[in-house]
Design a protein around this ligand. Structure first.
Ligand code: GLN
Length: 539
């Protein structure tokens, strides 16, 4: 079959969940046996979100091929179980960069280079790039930003042209918001009408409308929206708030979103999507009665999107263990030796979060010392693992000034140091050690037990590493280096085998946890937290 292109735009306000709707549609199409991928086009000038502060744009996600990407790619993977790549996330910066590179090479010699057609042609080329591989039946393209924004215009012009060129092989889904005015006790459709008008003004007629709402939208109101927006009545779908994003595919299927898309793109289909394993997951989630309480110690706790993949991986793990997840964010800047007991004692397990820079680091050491001494299951991820190493050096090895050279370049004990390959790098964008690398785990270690194998591959995003000169001293004192990159000898996993569960990973296992394939190491950690909870409660 021809590759079908589905565009997802958003109107009225941002944060409506275009990523979740795109992911849910992809999930349903995949469950019907189609080959699907989702890509995100972001209208900002940064080449990638790697240089953005998490407060600006939430977590930076990393693909297996080492691209720093928008956090929506995390949703795409979690919902579809299909790996994304550099080609799945394009920004205005990347579009302009390639057009300007071509101009300098002389590819447009003699011509004036303009937004239309050069930028729009480059957008179209990128939209179709994954389709040309022949690996996909459906390419879902999420256009970042909100219709009406100045910076989205070239994307919308490209979508308009593609709709025209591709005909029935393409489709536009527009997501809007239907606010509930409490004082009038009424849902309001006007913002949706305006948003669709704004799309029509740039020459795009949406085929399907998805309406975000807190209250049920009546058939009568859907009929009105359909009439005013030139959309078939059965193609007006509501997306009511639900208690879990993982229920959205089911809610979309109940309103036949997948069938409408297949019909409108003239794709032959029969039967129903195979959602058995997905439904089992939802069933576990709904039936869970007991709770596991996990604390995440980090400095970006005001914005929970900053730790999106970690919170989702913990949720997957808790659900597979038939528990509800009670996730508590603990501000590392506010932790000190005085309040640590009070703040951490109710937790069954503690995650020490990834991050950069000095701010909040002392609180992470305080938390680690407390967890180590009280034998609470503890999981250090990336900077969290590095903090485990530093805290152990200071407190157990007696190297009171041990540090990472990221925090203090002049420390006498560089237990964490800049990687050799990083020493000649000066640009900050896209230059970390990124993407999936092999790791060999020592058999018998907690990590090997968790994965059920000794050879794994996980994703990275860092510049600093464990300093192997100290390895022997750490191992003698009880901190074992149980995961090693076979090509470079870099330490990827440390653990304290004497403790219930005290493991640090230089890599980020959270990026690869999906609903159908939860991260084994997160499952092992959460299971240890549950066991610890049960022991504490028996005492
Ligand atoms: N700042 C540390 C490094 O660059 C850790 C990075 C992270 O936690 N992602 O090595």
């Amino acid at each position: 079959m021809d590759t079908k292109y589905i565009f997802v735009t958003g109107g009225v306000v941002s944060s409506l969940g275009k990523g979740i709707i795109s992911s849910s549609l992809a999930c349903l199409l995949k469950a019907r046996g189609f080959r699907v991928t989702i890509q995100k086009f972001d209208p900002y000038i940064n080449i990638d979100p790697g240089t953005l502060n998490p407060y600006e744009h939430g977590e930076c996600y990393v693909t297996e091929d080492g691209h720093e990407a928008d956090l929506d790619l995390g949703h795409y993977e979690r919902f579809t179980n299909v790996r994304t790549s550099k080609a799945n996330n394009v920004t205005t910066g990347r579009i302009y960069q390639s057009v300007i590179d071509k101009e300098r090479r002389g590819d447009y010699l003699g011509k004036t280079v303009q937004i239309v057609p050069h930028i729009t042609d480059e957008i179209k080329r990128r939209v179709k790039f994954l389709g040309k591989t022949g690996n996909y039946d459906f390419i879902i393209t999420e256009i970042g930003g909100t219709v009406g924004d100045i910076e989205s215009l070239p994307y919308l012009e490209a979508v308009r042209q593609l709709r025209w060129e591709l005909g029935q092989n393409s489709l536009c889904v527009h997501l809007t918001y239907v606010p509930y005015i409490a004082a009038a006790k009424e849902l309001k459709t006007k913002p949706t009408q305006h948003s669709v008008k704004a799309l029509q003004e740039v020459g795009i007629q949406p085929d399907i409308l998805v309406l975000r709402t807190e209250k049920e939208i009546s058939q009568e109101m859907r009929r009105k929206i359909a009439l005013f927006c030139n959309v078939a009545q059965d193609s007006v779908v509501q997306s009511k708030d639900v208690n879990s994003i993982y229920k959205v595919p089911l809610m979309m299927h109940a309103q036949h979103l997948d069938e409408i898309v297949l019909r409108k793109t003239a794709t032959p289909f029969e039967g129903e999507p195979h959602m058995d394993r997905w439904l089992e997951f939802i069933d576990k989630m709904d039936k869970a009665t007991e709770t596991v309480t996990i604390g995440v110690v980090g400095k970006y706790v005001e914005l929970q999107d900053a730790y999106k993949s970690i919170s989702e991986a913990l949720f997957h793990a808790a659900t597979y263990a038939c528990h509800k997840l009670n996730l508590i964010y603990i501000h590392s800047e506010k932790l000190d030796a005085e309040n640590v007991g009070e703040k951490l004692s109710g937790l069954d397990g503690v995650v020490i979060a990834p991050g950069f820079g000095q701010r909040g680091i002392e609180g992470k050491f305080v938390a680690l010392k407390w967890c180590r001494e009280n034998d609470v299951p503890t999981f250090g991820i990336c900077l969290g693992m590095q903090c485990m190493v530093i805290e152990f050096a200071r407190d157990v090895l007696g190297l009171s000034e041990a540090n990472s050279t990221e925090m203090n370049p002049h420390t006498p004990h560089k237990v964490i140091d800049l990687m050799e390959e990083q020493k000649t790098i000066s640009d900050l964008g896209g230059t970390m050690r990124l993407g999936a690398y092999d790791c060999h785990l020592e058999s018998g270690s907690k990590a090997a037990e968790a994965y059920g194998t000794t050879d794994i591959r996980e994703r990275h995003r860092h510049r600093f590493e464990f300093n192997n000169e100290y390895r022997e001293r750490f191992e003698q004192a009880g901190m074992k280096c149980v995961g090693i990159n076979p090509a470079t000898g870099l330490v990827e996993v440390v653990e304290l085998p004497e403790k219930r569960w005290f493991v640090g990973t230089q890599y980020h296992p959270e990026y690869s946890s999906t609903v159908l394939e939860p991260s084994p190491i997160f499952r092992s950690f959460v299971n240890a937290a549950i066991a610890c909870h049960d022991i504490k409660n028996k005492e």
